[in-house]
Design a protein around this ligand. Structure first.
Ligand code: N01
Length: 580
């Protein structure tokens, strides 16, 4: 438990970090190492963020653990040995604890403390941060490491309070665990959380009923011990391995190919997809370069996965219900499972299609659909998150002139580089909207952000500069560039949480940056190298430097001839084609 409490004295601390997940922990360690005075507030009672909260059965990482772990410290890297290709949640939490202990982080973390408000004081050039309990904290810089998927959606169901059984939410799972033995259990949702937990719950429960509104694509993890060849490739040169991971679009190694599915012979495609399916996880995503853009190419993967579902699920009607039909492959985050589809062959598992019989609500015994009633002892809500903006917008966050973040983001989150927001000086977001974040290996994205922010704070401090703020113009240019990066792809075609589509009333806007982690890293590097292009830097009231442009775009890559017409058409339809 923390022993220190962030300062409330007249002297503000250098930085207050919100959240003690991987991002907050590394940020604290990094700033401490640079001699800055930093502290963390965390609403949970321990470190680990996502892996602290999401303790549902079957929870595990979907990027290989060798890559989903910190690379900033060689000793840490050497002393930790993952037990499986995809580590389970308890092991990930142990890793987070290990990192916290190894770097003695907890003495500067105030646990069980939720931030409620943060107001910028322009005269003093500090943030005043209010928490649910304890005194306010004054800090020069406020760093939100609040997570992209940390706040569950507010979804509720009529009559849920009258239900006599137990209700669990995957993202707020009891720390002591739940034993479903002999119980009749219902689960609502078929996203990654449900897909991971369903096989385990089915193994315990007397009967499990899955309520599905929209099926998702899921690939087998083929989890198990880390193959010797993979471990050897990594351990020969961990630095080089990590550098190669970071120099990819997704921040992990995926054998991304330049080949076009629509220009490849069917038997060759088949062999390649089989090979990648057998390897497991996200590897199939890298098979062909046109599947993320060309609907015809995407259909090839869709049909392959549909066939795999039919192979695994004995009842053809159930297999058909489990097959996605409303969105192209890869336009929602695909799931990585262990035995998900085969679970539907069990006699104690049934699937309810909420499109055919919509969910009407709960009663004392269980769940009512428009067709019938289902009695349960327990119900699990695996209904998702208010992604990317949820945790930030729940803070009463006010920038210069009292401007509220909610107003600034009324039409969707606007940021510069996903790192800062115009009108909110000295406020940083780690893997915030507008950054590659959830489209990538989060750890690599976190490390890149933390290191950029740390360099920025050091540069400011060295020159006794008191504030940095993104310009409106640079922010607008980044939003435009982000739209240009995603518009050519099929990504905006799904009703995904990337688009804010899972939260009623949330503005529809593709929130993560889709241009790739490698390109993004280079952009951020160039922005800093140009003395923080696009930012205004002040010392007290004096403006020291003011850049309103954003020009740090790398040369556009060559567009494959075959995809050019599709890309042009989409950019034109969105009004995004650059003027001749
Ligand atoms: O949430 P989701 P999740 N009535 O939003 C359904 C990451 N993650 O927690 O699609 C009925 O994907 C909803 O149905 P629909 C990963 O990035 C990673 O599962 O809206 N159903 C959907 O089926 C992932 O993408 C791992 O029609 C309702 C489900 O609930 C992200 O977190 C593991 C409903 C929500 O699915 C979110 O995943 C877990 C309603 N009123 C999570 N409201 C790893 O493997 C919602 N649903 C690392």
């Amino acid at each position: 438990m923390a022993t220190s409490s962030p300062s409330t004295s007249a002297q503000p601390i250098d930085a207050l970090i919100v959240g003690a997940g991987f991002a907050g922990m590394y940020m604290l360690h990094k700033l401490r190492g640079l001699g800055l005075n930093a502290a963390v507030v965390e609403s949970g009672s321990g470190v680990g963020g996502t892996w602290y909260w999401n303790r549902y059965p079957g929870a595990r990482v979907d990027i290989q653990s060798l890559e989903y772990s910190f690379g900033f410290d060689e000793e840490l890297e050497k002393e930790w040995r993952w037990s499986e290709r995809y580590a389970p949640q308890p092991e990930l939490l142990r890793y987070a604890e290990h990192v916290a202990d190894r770097f003695d982080l907890k003495r500067d973390i105030r646990f069980n403390t939720r931030v409620t408000a943060a107001h910028w004081d322009d005269a003093a050039q500090v943030w005043t941060v209010q928490t649910e309990k304890g005194p306010a904290v004054r800090c020069r810089h406020l760093i939100l490491a609040t997570g992209c998927l940390s706040i569950p959606t507010d979804v509720t169901f009529p009559g849920i309070d009258t239900f006599k059984g137990d209700v669990y939410r995957t993202s707020r799972w009891p720390h002591e665990g739940v034993d479903f033995s002999g119980k009749r259990v219902g689960i609502i949702g078929t996203g990654s959380s449900a897909i991971q937990s369903i096989p385990i719950i089915a193994g315990q429960a007397e009967h499990l009923t899955v309520f599905q509104r929209t099926p998702n694509y899921s690939m087998p993890a083929h989890n198990g011990p880390i193959p010797d060849a993979d471990f050897e490739a990594w351990s020969k040169d961990p630095r080089g391995y990590r550098a190669a991971s970071r120099d990819t679009v997704g921040g992990f190694q995926n054998e991304a190919s330049d080949a076009m599915a629509t220009e490849t012979a069917p038997e060759e495609i088949r062999a390649e997809l089989e090979r990648r399916w057998a390897w497991g996880g996200f590897r199939i995503l890298g098979a062909y370069a046109d599947t993320s853009i060309d609907p015809q190419a995407n259909r090839i993967i869709q049909e392959f996965v549909a066939e795999k579902i039919r192979e695994q699920v004995k009842d053809p009607a159930v297999a058909d219900l489990l097959t996605p039909k409303d969105h192209p492959f890869g336009t929602k985050r695909p799931c990585v499972d262990t035995g998900y589809y085969a679970t539907f062959n069990r006699p104690n598992v049934s699937l309810v299609d909420l499109r055919a019989e919509p969910l009407a609500g709960f009663n004392a015994e269980g769940i009512k659909t428009t067709a019938r009633e289902y009695a349960f002892d327990a119900v699990v809500l695996a209904t998702g998150f208010d992604a990317m903006t949820g945790a930030i917008e729940r803070i009463d966050l006010r920038g210069r002139g009292g401007r509220q973040i909610k107003d600034h983001w009324a039409e969707g989150p606007r940021t510069y580089l996903g790192l800062m927001v115009a009108g909110f000086p000295n406020l940083f977001t780690i893997t915030g909207p507008g950054s590659p974040s959830v489209l990538t290996n989060m750890i690599n994205s976190i490390e890149q952000h933390v290191e950029w922010v740390a360099d920025c704070l050091v540069a400011l401090k060295q020159r006794q500069q008191t504030s940095i703020e993104a310009s409106e113009e640079a922010e607008a240019a980044w939003c435009r560039h982000s739209a240009e990066a995603v518009t050519p792809s099929l990504l905006p075609q799904a009703n995904s949480w990337y688009m804010g589509a899972n939260v009623p009333g949330k503005p529809r806007m593709f929130m993560p940056y889709a241009g790739g982690l490698n390109k993004y890293t280079e952009i951020c590097r160039q922005v800093a190298a140009k003395d923080y292009e696009g930012f205004m830097i002040r010392q007290g009231e004096r403006v020291l430097s003011e850049s309103r442009v954003f020009t740090s775009l790398p040369e556009p890559g060559e567009i494959p001839e075959k995809l050019a017409p599709i890309i042009m058409e989409r950019l034109m339809a969105a009004g995004l084609l650059p003027a001749e």
